[in-house]
Write a protein that binds this ligand. Structure first.
Ligand code: C2E
Ligand code: MG
Ligand code: MG
Ligand code: MG
Length: 286
């Protein structure tokens, strides 16, 4: 009896594993197709300067509404599948192209973000050709490098540093700002900041979520002090409440991103097309 039950459990477990791996295989296939079919879009989340009371930048976040799977696939599900399928290089190039295209479209509009940040995987940062591809994309679109920021994933291990150092140095040389994402969330921390040529630190949501409690505030203060000493700007991410924003500001972190300001949204919602643009192009055609 007990043996039979044990066997049933094993069979069930195997069925579940098979289900899971089949689901993942379907996801990988659908993603390859989606990249071709243009199903992926970038949503933008604004970054607010608390002192100047205005939007100074935005972060581009990937969104995928899969026709084949019939639903939105969150990044947390999509990125591991992309990684497994070897699609991260293609995904990162898509994000680069789209972001540069958006910035070019905004031109000098004062109501558009001055800087647009993109998330780039470690795999791509290791590619010695990547910095030149960024340069080419910017030149082709006529975009100044200072308007495109590259966010470096926090999971970049110390052992990855030699592999990405050339790319990061080349991007800096080019004038592309670099940010270290999710600082203080994982195991990395201090050694990274000292060794990476970044201009910004994006505080991990876990630090912000603990505010304004004294321990989280102490971590925040220490981080801001350290960053200042190195000439690095700190951005508060995942800010959901006024009291978190207040604590950040009190600690000297003036730029925030989070649901308190706005959720990630389609580009046309953040920067609506100008009404006269339509008129001008109609005139031009007439
Ligand atoms: P991230 O780069 O740290 O992006 C911030 C995440 O926090 C986003 O999740 C955003 O929607 C979410 N968020 C923003 N404000 C708040 C808030 O106030 N409260 C809460 N609870 N969450 C907030 P999302 O879009 O699901 O992305 C998750 C992660 O996936 C990103 O973390 C980034 O590591 C990765 N990712 C997203 N888009 C891309 C992409 O285009 N390329 C690559 N390589 N990775 C991406
Ligand atoms: Mg990010
Ligand atoms: Mg982040
Ligand atoms: Mg994150």
């Amino acid at each position: 009896e007990a043996k039979a039950q044990g066997r049933n459990t094993v069979v069930l477990f195997e069925a579940r594993l098979r289900d899971r791996s089949e689901r993942r295989a379907a996801l990988r296939e659908a993603l390859a197709e989606a990249l071709e079919a243009g199903e992926l879009v970038l949503h933008l989340q604004p970054q607010q300067d608390l002192q100047a009371q205005r939007m100074v930048g935005a972060e581009a976040l990937i969104r995928w509404n899969s026709r084949r799977l019939g639903r939105w696939i969150p990044p947390g599900e999509m990125l591991p599948a992309a990684s497994e399928a070897g699609l991260m290089p293609a995904l990162d190039r898509f994000v680069l192209r789209e972001a540069v295209r958006m910035i070019a479209g905004w031109g000098d509009r004062p109501d558009a973000p001055r800087v647009l940040g993109i998330n780039i995987s470690v795999t791509t940062l290791r590619d010695p050709a990547f910095a030149e591809e960024v340069a080419a994309a910017l030149i082709l679109a006529g975009v100044v490098p200072s308007r495109l920021e590259i966010e470096i994933p926090e999971n970049l291990a110390i052992r990855d540093l030699p592999g990405v150092a050339r790319t990061l140095a080349a991007l800096r040389e080019l004038g592309v700002p670099l940010a270290l994402d999710d600082f203080g969330g994982g195991h990395s921390g201090l050694p990274h900041v000292v060794r990476l040529p970044v201009q910004r630190l994006k505080l991990d949501r876990s630090i912000v979520a603990g505010l304004p409690d004294p321990k989280s505030y102490a971590v925040l203060r220490a981080t801001v002090t350290l960053a200042r000493a190195m000439g690095i700007e700190v951005v508060g991410e995942g800010v959901e409440t006024q009291s978190q924003a207040f604590a950040l500001r009190r600690a000297g972190c003036n730029i925030i991103q989070g649901y308190l300001i706005a959720r990630p949204m389609p580009m046309v919602e953040l920067v609506p097309p100008l009404p006269e643009q339509g008129a001008v192009s109609r005139q031009a055609r007439a």
